[in-house]
Design a protein around this ligand. Structure first.
Ligand code: PLP
Length: 213
């Protein structure tokens, strides 16, 4: 199915309160443009070099979200244009984003990334670490903390996913000032929405499968 068809169908089928992030990593700009022409504005990328290369080729009103693991020394490359950094997993990174945003006289939206999956390899903060950072928001005037981001375990075990999503949703509900809970990828977004996701990150279900890079 074409990118246009997928975007159109998702826009009609997703609940109105759910924002769609089109995850375009590894995909050529032509496909991003096709999604844009179908009305998509929010795009998520994982790799610094790739987002820096694509950003000038796309229209100005694209809302860029960075969703991959971000090294502190790379923040400067995206600070001039990034709308949201979803993958904030340390105070060190938050401090650097605040500093770079100040340099460009901007406020960058950030989400704190939690580690909720069973896998060792996924990045993210614990619930306790997240609570501590959320209590320090006023120390970072150039960042706007607007949500929580997480990835469920890469598993077919629905019970495990439900447990992970439910625990996260309970935590999120303690913070009514955070507009976004961004959980859910192509394989599990419907379940994530059941557990309160306000934003989903879909790659393969829009653009087709990816080569591993
Ligand atoms: C690649 C990626 C996605 C999209 O994954 P799909 O399974 O293709 O929908 C979502 N979130 C993050 C953090 C990713 O790296």
């Amino acid at each position: 199915m074409s990118v246009t068809t997928q975007i159109t169908q998702l826009k009609t089928n997703l609940p109105p309160q759910v924002t769609l992030v089109a995850v375009s990593k590894t995909k050529p700009v032509e496909l991003l443009q096709e999604a844009y022409n179908a009305g998509q504005r929010v795009f998520g990328e994982n790799y610094i070099q790739e987002i820096v290369a694509k950003q000038p080729l796309m229209p100005n009103d694209v809302v860029w979200h960075f969703i991959g693991h971000l090294q502190t020394n790379k923040v400067k490359y995206i600070a001039p244009f990034i709308h949201t950094i979803q993958s904030v997993d340390s105070e060190k990174l938050l401090t650097e984003i605040n500093k770079q945003a100040q340099k460009y006289k901007r406020v960058i939206t950030v989400f704190l990334q939690l580690h909720i999956a069973q896998e060792e390899t996924k990045f993210g903060l614990s619930y306790a670490e997240t609570a501590i950072l959320l209590a320090k928001l006023n120390e970072y005037p150039h960042v706007h903390i607007a949500g929580l981001m997480a990835m469920g375990s890469n598993t077919d075990n629905q019970t495990q996913l439900r447990n992970e999503f439910a625990e996260l949703h309970t935590f999120y509900k303690q913070y009514p000032n955070l507009p976004h809970l961004c959980v859910g990828m192509s394989a599990d977004y419907e379940l994530a929405i059941e557990y309160g996701s306000t934003m989903v990150r879909l790659g393969s279900s829009i653009f087709g499968s990816r080569q591993i890079i």
